[in-house]
Design a protein around this ligand. Structure first.
Ligand code: PLP
Length: 430
């Protein structure tokens, strides 16, 4: 994999230089980076929070996709994590891209990806962005309302349109149906409008909601899509394109829903309802990157909460730990993506030894980000050992909807990323 990255990625990469890609497992990457850290020093580089990104995990996810959903072409939803290393890897593996804005489209085109491998999957677009897509020959784009059709007629009359329908997203963490998706009782009117405008509608898309926890939602959405495929014939359209959206679970999610369960239901429903003449794509985001990133943060301060002697057994937090990434940075996923982030501990005695927080609980503590805002709370109550300034907490499965929406509020910079690539062996959890 390192060779793939070196030869195919560096050749046309706009990065000044390819960042170093290691081959160590994540725990050893953490050890190696922290070996040079001295809690007595004020070396900002060594002190800062950092990610370890395992590109091997992204690669494994791609192999699993190809093995279990061979018919469905993945178009990576780059909003989830537009890390150039991930983007380059997926581009070199032949994936397409789901873009939501001009800048996203531009960054994919600048990698040398053909415009036919992009779907502009934002049903409500700015005029100039539609024009940009037209100028750059990005033709596939979604819509879910009549006003958008008039806009597209004006700025991109040759677009290949995909009608995004509303599906049941009640079994998902992020309910995208609140904002997008045409209810089935409106699709007739939309298809008639498109037909009157002489626009080319090629098929249907949907999104079952991000962080979906019910595999059946995918099958039910495909059935709805089939109904609109049939309806489209009344308006003179012979659809040949189905986009099954995102919502696929990340590899660390093994309870309730798994990718294997989704693939079994989705793959068989698609095959049962759509002949081989229909091209099927998907827009997976968190599936690719969720489990690939681990974030390590330093305990930069600690407050001990005064309590009565009789209160020692209390379950109320006895300490407040402050770490150097927070809700305004990587942990925005707590607010925007409804995530619960569980800290694990790296204590600094005996070099750095790993101890899961739950194994050696000292009591309860709360964990806070570095800004001056009290909303910047990562965990109101975690069972943790007693830690000091200079110890580290790390958080696994931090690859999706984290760094991409991180701000620099209060002057805190985004956490840097170190890269590794572990062996691309794939396992399945049926
Ligand atoms: N496609 C669209 C249109 C989206 O809005 C999103 C997420 O918001 C995705 C795909 C990716 O979803 P997920 O990360 O759940 O796969």
């Amino acid at each position: 994999l390192v060779e793939v990255l070196k030869s195919r990625v560096k050749a046309d990469m706009k990065l000044a230089a390819l960042p170093q890609v290691h081959t160590l497992p994540i725990d050893q990457m953490l050890h190696a980076r922290l070996a040079s850290f001295n809690p007595e020093s004020d070396d900002a580089e060594a002190e800062n929070a950092f990610y370890v990104a395992d590109l091997g995990e992204v690669y494994r996810q791609h192999l699993r996709w190809k093995a279990l959903l061979p018919r469905i072409e993945p178009f990576f939803a780059m909003k989830c994590n537009p890390d150039p290393m991930v983007m380059r890897l997926l581009a070199s593996l032949g994936a397409g891209f789901d873009c939501a804005s001009k800048n996203e489209i531009q960054s994919v085109l600048e990698m040398g990806v053909d415009p036919s491998r992009i779907i502009y999957a934002n049903p409500c677009k700015q005029n100039s962005f539609v024009k940009y897509a037209q100028t750059n020959d990005v033709r596939m784009m979604t819509f879910d309302n009549a006003e958008e059709l008039h806009k597209i007629k004006r700025f991109h009359p040759d677009a290949q349109l995909v009608l995004r329908i509303l599906t049941d997203d009640s079994k998902s963490l992020c309910k995208l149906g609140l904002k997008f998706g045409a209810p089935l009782d409106t699709t007739g009117h939309l298809l008639a409008t498109a037909q009157n405008l002489g626009l080319s509608v090629i098929g249907i898309s949907f999104h079952v909601g991000s962080g979906c926890f019910d595999a059946n939602a995918f099958g039910e959405a495909v059935i709805r899509a089939r109904r609109v495929f049939d309806q489209a014939k009344e308006y003179g359209y012979e659809f040949n394109f189905l986009d099954v959206g995102g919502g696929f679970p990340s590899a660390h999610v093994t309870e309730g829903i798994t990718f294997e369960k989704v693939a079994t239901i989705l793959g068989s429903t698609v095959d049962a309802l759509f002949g081989p003449e229909v091209r099927v794509i998907a827009e997976p985001g968190r599936y690719y990157v969720g489990s690939a990133y681990t974030l390590a943060t330093q305990v930069i301060a600690r407050r001990t909460i005064a309590r009565e002697a009789s209160d020692v057994e209390s379950e109320n937090p006895s300490h407040m730990y402050y770490i150097n990434d927070g809700m305004y940075g990587s942990f925005n996923c707590i607010m925007f993506d409804h995530q619960i982030c569980q800290p694990k501990v790296l204590l600094k005695d005996n070099g750095f030894t790993y101890k899961q927080a739950v194994n050696e609980p000292h009591g309860y503590a709360s964990v806070w980000g570095p800004t001056c805002d009290s909303i910047d709370c990562i965990s109101p109550k975690s069972s943790l050992p007693l830690m000091e300034t200079g110890d580290w907490l790390y958080f696994e499965n931090m690859g999706a909807y984290t760094i991409t929406a991180a701000s620099q509020f209060n002057g805190f910079r985004k956490s840097e990323i170190l890269y590794t690539t572990t062996e691309p062996e794939v396992s399945f959890h049926f």
